[in-house]
Write a protein that binds this ligand. Sequence first.
Ligand code: ADP
Length: 499
Amino acid sequence: MMIDTDLEILDHESSRLLKLEAAQKTIPFKKVLIANRGEIAVRVIRACHELGIKTVAVHSTADADALHVKLANESVCIGPPSPTESYLNISSIISAAVATGAEAIHPGYGFLSENGSFAEICGQCGITFIGPKARHMRLMGDKAVARKIAIKYEVPVVPGSIAAGVSPEEALVEAEKIGFPVLIKAVAGGGGRGMKIVHSADEFTRLFEQASREVEAAFNDPNLYVEKYIPNARHVEVQIIGDQHHNVVHLGERDCSTQRRYQKIVEESPAPNLSQTTRNAMYESAVRLGKSIGYPTCGTLEYLIDPRDEKFYFIEMNTRLQVEHPVTEFVTSTDIVKEQIWVAAGRELSFKQEDIKFTGHAIEVRINAEDPYTFAPSPGMIEGYHPPGGLGVRVDSAIYDRYKIPPFYDSLIAKIIVKGRDRDEAIKKMRVALSECIIGGVTTNMPLLKKILEYDQFVLGHVSTKLVENLFEEEKRKSAEEFSKQDLANNLTQLPKAA
Ligand code: ADP
């Protein structure tokens, strides 16, 4: 019978062998297939080429002219435009990897990056999945399970009960126990889909049923849970990175409170106006959870902070590379993608916690091809492109002049990331970068990003998930005032002149 000590000896032995094998390698892998598109595929291809790794791009028929296809050493068309038939098509992707002799697959973010079955199939085909084990994805991918794990390892979670799979009537009982307002969320959630704020018992059943239909359509899983709604919350997350030898290190936090429709558009590190005590407690809880589950790669623990008392609550863990990872790379002088590739090949992390020094302040903005106010996507041909540049300015993008943004995928087309000595310098740098940036031919959210960078709540660091809503309300109020001033002026000019 296998006892714990035997398992530990085995584990220790395999870790020792892995370390030995990795130490003999001069490059982590000879060839890596990138199962993604857009800016993240370009980001990963760059990291691979710096490491001396040959790259294979995969693409749909709509992406034949995409930048990631042009930059990779080889490319394989994996299907028609629809993501289910191409970037989510496991058999096509595995066939492409086998046919090209790729030793590993990097999934980027989105698509198959958190799909446990995909990671398992990679393993069965002798291909290294650059990410966590299927076990980690299954544990943390189901938000209700992730909540239980967080509770087990004493990571604070938002007050609330799990109502997965229960009827609206039973869920209402839970909601009343928690106290309104509550938030209905999808167990399989992502991208804020299906989330509903409920203010009273009267509207609960209707919204619960509506959410259930929406998430069934989006995730093929109607299960929901209910959690206390925290008004004016801040979203602050901790980046961790581990290896296969039980080392887990944190790389600080990112404030991602500035969102539209529950989706991040501006991220920064460090989080402004946050006490060092809270910061340290968040780091400590993130590393504790990472170590407890033997987390072997990069991942992010997302928390909400209640601004009234600075209490923080775990909401979910993303077991993959995050869109906003460059912000952390700037303030920690690390390359998260290269590190992720090396640890997948069995090497130990190249740094210890005490080696990580945080310097300066970094901000990222996400440029989306969308209407800045309605957020309606705006695909089409780019006519005229000039990215910003200069000291401490980084642009991660996959667009070029005369590139046609296809309508089938995410609207993110570029990220501008800046680093200043402090927050004030970073804000000024971002304003200049945005003023230089030209993306012609399509509508983008740049006008909104520029306004955020000028908005006093942002400038003062009073960030919250309500910031964009507050900005819109203030604009409405100002234009109403302007309108009534104009109205008054018009009326005055129409008054009969005094004799
Ligand atoms: P998803 O996985 O769908 O993106 P998250 O759980 O990560 O959902 O939450 C996305 C965003 O929704 C958060 O950043 C925050 O703005 C808001 N949110 C989530 N949970 C709560 C809550 N309990 N109270 C207030 N806002 C919340």
